[in-house]
Design a protein around this ligand. Structure first.
Ligand code: PLP
Length: 431
C-alpha cells in the first residue's frame, strides 16, 4: 500500500526557483507609471500612449463586420506563424513607398514590435554577449534583451542622434548587435542625421555588426523630409538592386501601434529570409502565431489606402500637440531648463539645471497632479538623473498647457530653492 506523503514543513519558496535570468529582471518603470494615468485629475505626460481620439473606431467596427461576415471561420482559426498573407503583402507594398524593398519572405508579423525585440534577443544573444545601444534608449528593449543576459554598452545621443565618435571603439569589441532608433527616438525625440546614417551602415559593414533598427515613429513626421532608413541604406551598400533577394545586416522593426491602435498588438520584422526562418521557429515556441483575427482586422482597415489617410490625420493632431507643448514650455519653464525640439514622434526630452533631480521633481509634480517619466531608467549603464521624458501625443493642447504650467511652477520653486542652497554654500565657503 502506498504511503501518504505529508507536505514539507516549509512552504514552497518560489523565489528560490526563479532562473538566474529571471532574477535580473525588474518591472518597467514606465508600466508602473502608466498605472497613474487612471486618476482623471492627473495630467500625464508619462506613457507613450496614442491619443484615444484618433483611434479609427468606425473603420474598425466596419472591418470587424466584414472580417466576421466574410472570413469568420478563417479569422477564428489557427494561422501561419509568418502571418496573414494579405497583410504581409500589404506591408511589402507599404514599405516600398518608404524605400524599403523586400519580398514577403522577408516579413514576419509579430505580436507588437515588442515581441520582435524579444525574439531577436532569443535569436542572437548568449549570456555575456555585448549589445550596444544609444544612451538613453527605449526601456522596453533593455527589458526584452536583459532576459538573455547580455552586457549593455552605450553611446551618448546628441541633437543629431547617436554619436559616432564614441561608437567605433565599442564596435571594435565585437558586440552581437547594435540597437538603434533613428527616427524621433524614444525617449529623446531626436533624429539620426543622414550623414550619420550613412556612416553607421558603413561602420556596421566594416565591423560585421548587425543593426537592429526599431522604427515605430518613422511615419509620424510633423516637419522636414523623410530620411532613408538604415535598412534601405544598408541594402544599397550591399548592392541589393530592386528585385534581387534582400540581404544585409539590418533587422528592421515596424508596428501598427502608433498608426492604428496599440491594443491590436501588431508589429513586424524585416530580415533576410534565413533570419526570418529562425525567428519563425522561435515565435512558434512563444505563441504559435499572432492573432489571426486582429491581423485580418488590420488588413481590412488598412487596405484601400485608409492607413495613409489616417496617418495624415495623426500627424496633424500630434504636430499641433507638440507645438502646444513647446510653446507652453517657452512660457512656463525657467530659462535654465533645456529641451529637445523633435520633428516627429511622441516625446521630447528635458534636461534640468545642475542641482535638480528629476525623481525628486516627480514627487512634487505628482502632488500638483502632473506626471512624467524620470530619465534614469532609460540609461543602460546609469546616469541621467537630471533628465526626464515628456509625452505630447496623449493630452489635448488645453491639458498640455495646464500640465506644463503646473510643472513649470514646481520647477521654478525647486530651482529657487536649489539656487538659494548653492548661494549659501558659496557664501559659507567664501566666509
Ligand atoms: C521604440 C519602441 N520600440 C518598440 C515599442 C513597442 O511597440 P509595440 O506596441 O509594437 O509592441 C515601442 C512602444 O512604445 C517603442 O517606443
Amino acid at each position: 500500500m502506498s504511503q501518504v506523503l505529508r507536505p514539507a514543513a516549509q512552504a514552497l519558496r518560489w523565489t528560490d526557483l526563479f532562473a538566474d535570468r529571471t532574477l535580473r529582471m525588474t518591472s518597467s518603470a514606465i508600466r508602473e507609471f502608466l498605472k497613474l494615468t487612471s486618476d482623471p485629475e492627473l495630467i500625464s505626460f508619462a506613457g507613450g500612449l496614442p491619443a484615444p481620439e484618433v483611434f479609427p473606431l468606425p473603420e474598425i467596427e466596419y472591418a470587424l463586420t466584414r472580417v466576421l461576415g466574410e472570413h469568420g471561420a478563417e479569422a477564428l482559426q489557427y494561422g501561419a506563424t509568418e502571418g496573414y498573407l494579405p497583410l504581409r503583402q500589404l506591408l511589402v507594398r507599404h514599405m516600398d513607398r518608404y524605400g524599403i524593398q523586400v519580398t514577403m519572405d522577408n516579413v514576419l508579423i509579430t505580436s507588437g514590435a515588442q515581441q520582435a525585440l524579444d525574439l531577436i534577443g532569443k535569436l542572437l544573444l548568449n549570456p555575456g554577449d555585448i549589445v550596444v545601444s544609444e544612451a538613453p534608449t527605449y526601456l522596453g528593449a533593455l527589458q526584452a534583451f536583459s532576459a538573455y543576459q547580455p552586457e549593455f554598452l552605450s553611446v551618448p545621443v546628441d541633437e543629431e542622434g547617436l554619436r559616432l565618435d564614441r561608437l567605433e571603439e565599442l564596435l571594435s569589441l565585437g558586440p552581437k548587435f547594435l540597437y538603434v532608433l533613428p527616427n524621433f527616438q524614444n525617449p529623446t525625440g531626436v533624429t539620426l542625421s543622414l550623414a550619420r546614417r550613412r556612416k553607421l551602415v558603413e561602420l556596421s559593414a566594416h565591423y560585421h555588426t548587425p543593426i537592429v533598427e526599431d522604427d515605430p515613429y518613422g511615419q509620424l513626421r510633423y516637419e522636414g523630409e523623410h530620411l532613408p532608413s538604415l535598412v534601405q541604406l544598408d541594402a544599397e551598400l550591399h548592392g541589393c538592386a530592386s528585385g534581387e533577394a534582400f540581404r544585409g545586416a539590418v533587422l528592421y522593426l515596424g508596428t501598427f501601434s502608433k498608426t492604428l491602435a496599440p491594443g491590436l498588438r501588431l508589429g513586424w520584422v524585416v530580415a533576410p529570409a534565413q533570419v526570418i526562418g529562425k525567428l519563425v521557429q522561435l515565435k512558434q515556441g512563444a505563441d504559435l502565431h499572432t492573432s489571426t483575427f486582429t491581423q485580418m482586422l488590420a488588413y481590412e482597415v488598412a487596405r484601400g489606402g485608409f492607413l495613409d489617410e489616417h496617418v495624415r490625420l495623426i500627424r496633424s493632431v500630434y504636430g499641433e500637440r507638440r507645438d502646444a507643448m513647446l510653446r507652453a514650455m517657452e512660457t512656463h519653464f525657467p530659462s535654465t531648463v533645456q529641451w529637445t525640439r523633435p520633428q516627429g514622434g511622441l516625446f521630447l526630452w528635458v534636461t534640468l539645471p545642475p542641482g535638480l533631480d528629476s525623481t525628486a521633481l516627480l514627487k512634487d509634480a505628482l502632488e500638483q497632479k502632473v506626471a512624467f517619466v524620470p530619465g534614469t531608467p532609460f540609461y543602460p549603464s546609469g546616469g541621467g538623473a537630471r533628465t526626464l521624458r515628456l509625452n505630447f501625443s496623449y493630452c489635448t493642447p488645453e491639458r498640455i498647457e495646464e500640465g506644463i504650467a503646473r510643472l513649470g511652477a514646481v520647477l521654478r520653486r525647486l530651482s529657487a530653492t536649489a539656487q538659494g542652497a548653492s548661494a549659501s554654500a558659496t557664501g559659507r565657503r567664501a566666509g
